[in-house]
Design a protein around this ligand. Sequence first.
Ligand code: FMN
Length: 397
Amino acid sequence: MRVDQAVNIEDLHRMARRRLPKVAFDFIEGGLEDERGLDRNTAAFHKHHLLPRYLVDVSKRDQSATIFGKNFASPFGISPTGGAGLFRRGADLMLAEAAREANIPYIMSGSSNDSLEAAARVAPDNAWYQLYAARDPEICDDLIRRVADAGLGALVLTVDVPVHSKRERNIRNGFANIRGNWLRAALSLKPTLLAEAMTHPGWVFEYIRHGGTPALENWLPYAAPGATAEDTVKFNRSMVPAHAQTWRDLERYRRLFPRTLIVKGIMDPRDAVRAADIGCDGVIVSNHGGRQLDQAPASLDVLPAIKRAVGDRMTVMLDSGVRRGADILIAMCLGAQFCFFGRPTLYGAVAGGLPGVKKAIDIFRGEIDLVMGQIGCPSLNELGPDFLWSDDWPRNR
Ligand SMILES: Cc1cc2nc3c(=O)[nH]c(=O)nc-3n(C[C@H](O)[C@H](O)[C@H](O)COP(=O)(O)O)c2cc1C
């Protein structure tokens, strides 16, 4: 199957799985510990049903959405996915380019392989940057300055990685081994995984041709002079996460960064209120795609409480588990003003490079359009709890 034949995100998912060896694919796919959070994220969307209204003129349907004073063509964007270049060389800039063409936001990861300055060149109006606080505050502050100087539209601080999580697939697979030189990777992988990798020659050839892992280019200026790609990965690992990051740091970032400041990974309404008090412009309600705390609730489940707590004081967005256009509409009925997803566009990039990312975006866009027509909702502004069915629906209305 080619990416242009993909009918849904699951098709891209299957194609990505075929292209990558297990040691690499498991990094994208996995959660942590028992991976209950992954199921919870999907199940949260499946609990909700959309209640269609008919005899409504849906001949024109508008899925554009305005946040932070900018109009985007769809109510979704691309969440940051670190190390994307390991799975498809140049993936960060493919994501940026596809976002620019589709006029949606792209959040470059704090662990991206391409640089934020390159993202700004490729997608000057659509690229944002996600920051992982570093143990050395000077690096952090310098990154913030670079984001401001490059003119990126927003800084997204991810707060849900105070410590690394226990990603058991990666531990068992020895994922860290492939984040270095290719020869060392080949010598250190378990024989079964190495043999399995050899059945994915497309990726293996690309990996060897580039000498192994790609560098984390944003980190080159801070690593020792002459640092190799592997050195940048190691240096980043020694600096991130900053275990002692607190609200005072967020206050500092607020003073340093003049434009839109978003906090990603907020799950408690009290934290959302505190971020609003500090003057942050938005939150992305997120459990990191089920990769950080296996016992965390689904972000969709905590979304209504967060929206109630902050009201219109800041923009409330959501990610984790979005796989269908309808999921985005459901989240919007529950109070999200915008949604993001991480894996779907990464599947697209892995499966087919830039055309694969574009395909993922087109799939979401097409599904949103159809479901808006189905439920009698020509404009996203009309979405709200009235479009959701619940068993006690007649009593509640
Ligand atoms: C491979 C991978 C790498 C990720 N890297 C980052 C990252 O560097 N920074 C970050 O804030 N979130 C990161 N995330 C989390 C995503 O930004 C997002 O919260 C998550 O993927 C949403 O869930 P979804 O994949 O179900 O859409 C990563 C997720 C994946 C799958």
